[in-house]
Design a protein around this ligand. Structure first.
Ligand SMILES: O=C(O)CCC(=O)C(=O)O
Ligand SMILES: [Fe+2]
Length: 259
């Protein structure tokens, strides 16, 4: 087993504001350059690579296409510092963290819970789930926990698009511990044959106690990752709440990227 794979993150096994809006700062990494055709000359269009950073709370429509609107909701202080500190140290100590090299999302752990409390879920996660339901009306029944021990732990580009999540899944992700950059890149049109070179990119700083909700067509039209960082990072726990449907709704083919 290569050291690179060994260092993949540790996973807990049981388990319309628009672009120029508060909290978003954007720049274009390259500009669209258009030179008008003169006789015998080809017009040259260099594609725009747009990169936007979100750092403060808000609701962001990140794209609208044939599959619908993709939306992010960011609440930087979803948990108070005290709540987040307490939950971070408790979960770090108490969850049976194990490292999986073959990572399969959504199936490990306590499995989906329904409306009644499930004894296999730690009370902290049950109460967080209850809060997502009461504050945000998000009826989520499963939680996947990721521990990034330091800046070398990461998760590769992927979409949360397993068949069991159904169409247009809502993913609510709570972050505890050190801030990490969560990046998204837009899936290229089919004509570009899977080439992400010119994809729009979004970076979101996920800090201690923050909540990021991905909804609408985000899993259809975008991929996300938490990349390795090469400067010091402390541990981070990410709690990813989603809804697992008992019967796959058979509209999805499953994950696109191996993680
Ligand atoms: O750590 C994060 O913020 C992202 C985790 C994630 O994308 C996943 O578990 O599917
Ligand atoms: Fe994900």
């Amino acid at each position: 087993m290569s050291d690179r794979r060994q260092r993949a993150r540790v996973q807990g096994s049981w388990a319309s504001q628009r672009p120029q809006r508060p909290g978003a700062s954007g720049h274009c990494a390259s500009r669209s350059v258009f030179s008008p055709k003169s006789s015998g000359e080809q017009s040259a269009v260099i594609k725009v690579i747009c990169s936007v950073c979100f750092s403060s709370s808000g609701e962001f429509e990140i794209s609208a296409g044939p599959s619908g609107v993709s939306r992010l909701r960011l609440l930087q202080n979803f948990l108070s510092t005290e709540e987040a500190d307490w939950m971070f140290s408790k979960l770090l100590q108490e969850l049976p963290w194990s490292q999986k090299t073959n990572y399969s999302r959504g199936t490990a752990g306590p499995g989906p819970v329904d409306g009644s409390a499930d004894g296999s879920w730690p009370p902290d996660l049950l109460s967080l789930r209850q809060r997502l339901l009461s504050d945000l009306r998000l009826p989520l029944n499963s939680c996947l926990c990721n521990l990034y021990r330091d800046g070398h732990d990461s998760i590769a580009w992927h979409s949360d698009d397993e068949a069991s999540l159904g169409p247009r899944p809502v993913i609510a992700s709570v972050s505890l511990g050190d801030t990490r950059v969560f990046s998204l890149r837009k899936k290229p049109p089919q004509a570009e044959g899977g080439d992400f070179t010119y994809s729009e990119r979004i970076r979101v700083a996920l800090s201690h106690g923050s909540l990021l909700v991905m909804e609408g067509a985000t899993q259809d039209d975008w991929q996300h990752q938490v990349a390795k960082e090469y400067h010091d990072r402390g541990p981070r726990i990410n709690l990813t709440f989603r809804t697992i449907h008992p019967e796959p709704r058979a509209t999805r083919q499953g994950p696109e990227a191996g993680i």
